[in-house]
Design a protein around this ligand. Structure first.
Ligand SMILES: Cc1cc2nc3c(=O)[nH]c(=O)nc-3n(C[C@H](O)[C@H](O)[C@H](O)COP(=O)(O)OP(=O)(O)OC[C@H]3O[C@@H](n4cnc5c(N)ncnc54)[C@H](O)[C@@H]3O)c2cc1C
Ligand code: SF4
Length: 330
C-alpha cells in the first residue's frame, strides 16, 4: 500500500491567506485543489512538500462570470461543473467536450479547472513508485541527472496530459495568475513552457485564479478528439482541439492544437493559407492533417508506440475537423 508522506496541512479561506502561506514558505508548499493528481503524486513521492495548502475553501475561486470581455471561469470550478455550463456548451463547445472526456465521473466531480491546467507532466519513467524510480537511478525531473527518453537531453520531455488546456488554447483563452505583486494575465498558450520539469510560468508564490475565454472567440466551430486505450479513465496519448470560423462552403480561419506528445501543447502554425477561402472539404482537411503530421514529433515518453501516435496525428486532426464542420450553414 502506498502511504502519504508527512506534511503540515493548511486550508486558507481567502486568496490573501493562500498568498501569505505561499510567501511565508517559499518552495515548501504544494497547492491542492481537487487532489486527484496531487494525492497520487504525493504517494509516489513525486512531490515532497513540507506544507500542503488546500485551495478548496477559497470561495472566490469557485465562480463563473460573464461580461463584455468574455466568460470568466474560476480555477476551483470542477470539471463536472464545466461540462454542465450552458455558456460553455453554447460558445466554447470544445472546452466542455474536453472536460467531459477527462478520466471518470468521480474524478471529474473532484478535479478542477485550475488543477487540470497545472497538471504535472507524465512519463513512463516518472509516474512510478519511489522504489521503481530508485531502481532505475531516478531521472532529471526528480532526484536524478539523466533523462531516459532523450539520454543526451538537458530538459525533460514528459507529456503534457491535460485534456482541457488544448481546447482553451484553441479559443485563445487567457490565464489569470495571482502573486505577491498583484495579478497578471498570460495567454493560455504562453502559460506553458517546453520543459516538463515545471511546464508552466507559475512562480512558487503564485497560483491560477481564473481562465477567461474571450468574447471575440465566441461563435466558432469547435471540436476535441482524444486518443486513449480505453474510453474512460485513461489520460490522452494524443489529443487534438480545433476552433474554426466560417461555413462549410468557405472556411475563414482555423486554430488547431495538438497535445499529449511533448511537455507543451502545440498550436500548429501556418494553417490559414491552407484553409482561408476554401471549402471545408476532405481535400482541405487532408492539407491540414499533413501539416499537423509534419509539425508533430511524438517521443517515447508514455507507454505507447511513438510511430503509431505519429501516424494517428493526421487521423485525429481529420476527425476533429469533420466534427467541427459536421453541421451548420452549408
Ligand atoms: C485515474 C486518473 C485518470 C485521470 N485521467 C485524466 C485525463 O484523462 N485527462 C486529464 O486531463 N486529467 C486526468 N487525470 C488528472 C486529474 O484528475 C485532472 O487533470 C484534474 O482536473 C486535476 O484537478 P485537481 O483539482 O484534482 O488537481 P490537483 O490534483 O489538486 O492538483 C494538480 C496540480 O495542479 C496544481 N494546482 C491545482 N490548482 C491550482 C491553482 N489554482 N493554481 C496553481 N496550481 C494549482 C497542484 O499544485 C498540483 O500540482 C486523471 C487522474 C487520475 C487519478
Ligand atoms: S522525459 Fe526524461 S526527465 Fe522527463 S520524466 Fe521522463 S525520463 Fe524523466
Amino acid at each position: 500500500m502506498l502511504t502519504l508522506p508527512v506534511f503540515e496541512y493548511v486550508q486558507p479561506a481567502t486568496l490573501d491567506e493562500v498568498l501569505r502561506e505561499l510567501a511565508a514558505h517559499p518552495g515548501d508548499c504544494l497547492m491542492v485543489a481537487g487532489g486527484t493528481d496531487a494525492v497520487p503524486n504525493l504517494k509516489h513521492r513525486l512531490h515532497e512538500p513540507r506544507r500542503v495548502v488546500s485551495l478548496a475553501g477559497v470561495a472566490d475561486l469557485n465562480v463563473v462570470r460573464e461580461d463584455a470581455a468574455g466568460l470568466h471561469l474560476g480555477a476551483l470550478l470542477t470539471l463536472t461543473a464545466l461540462t454542465r455550463l450552458p455558456q460553455l456548451q453554447r460558445d466554447f463547445p470544445a472546452v466542455a467536450l474536453a472536460a467531459s472526456l477527462v478520466a471518470s465521473p468521480q474524478i471529474r466531480n473532484m478535479g478542477t479547472l485550475g488543477g487540470n491546467l497545472c497538471l504535472d507532466t507524465r512519463c513512463t519513467y516518472y509516474n512510478q513508485t519511489y522504489f521503481w524510480r530508485e531502481a532505475l537511478g531516478f531521472c532529471l525531473k526528480k532526484d536524478g541527472v539523466r533523462c531516459h527518453v532523450v539520454p543526451q537531453g538537458k530538459r525533460c520531455v514528459a507529456a503534457h496530459s491535460s485534456d482541457v488546456s488544448p481546447a482553451l488554447i484553441a479559443y485563445g483563452a487567457e490565464v489569470e495568475i495571482a502573486g505577491p505583486g498583484g495579478r497578471r494575465r498570460v495567454s493560455c498558450d504562453e502559460f506553458f513552457v517546453g520543459d516538463g520539469i515545471h511546464n508552466n510560468v507559475l512562480e512558487p508564490d503564485e497560483l491560477v485564479t481564473r481562465v477567461t475565454l474571450p468574447a471575440a472567440a465566441r461563435g466558432q466551430r469547435g471540436a476535441y478528439r482524444k486518443l486513449r486505450p480505453r474510453a474512460a479513465i485513461d489520460f490522452p496519448m494524443l489529443s487534438v482541439a480545433v476552433a474554426a470560423r466560417g461555413t462549410r462552403a468557405r472556411v475563414e480561419s482555423l486554430r488547431v492544437v495538438v497535445s499529449a506528445l511533448a511537455a507543451k501543447p502545440r498550436l500548429l502554425g501556418s494553417l490559414d493559407p491552407l484553409v482561408a477561402g476554401r471549402p471545408a472539404s476532405e481535400e482541405t482537411f487532408a492539407a491540414v492533417a499533413a501539416a499537423a503530421s509534419k509539425q508533430c514529433r511524438p517521443l517515447i515518453n508514455v507507454a505507447y508506440d511513438d510511430d503509431w501516435r505519429h501516424a494517428m496525428v493526421p487521423v485525429l486532426v481529420t476527425r476533429a475537423l469533420r466534427d467541427a464542420f459536421a453541421e451548420g450553414d452549408s
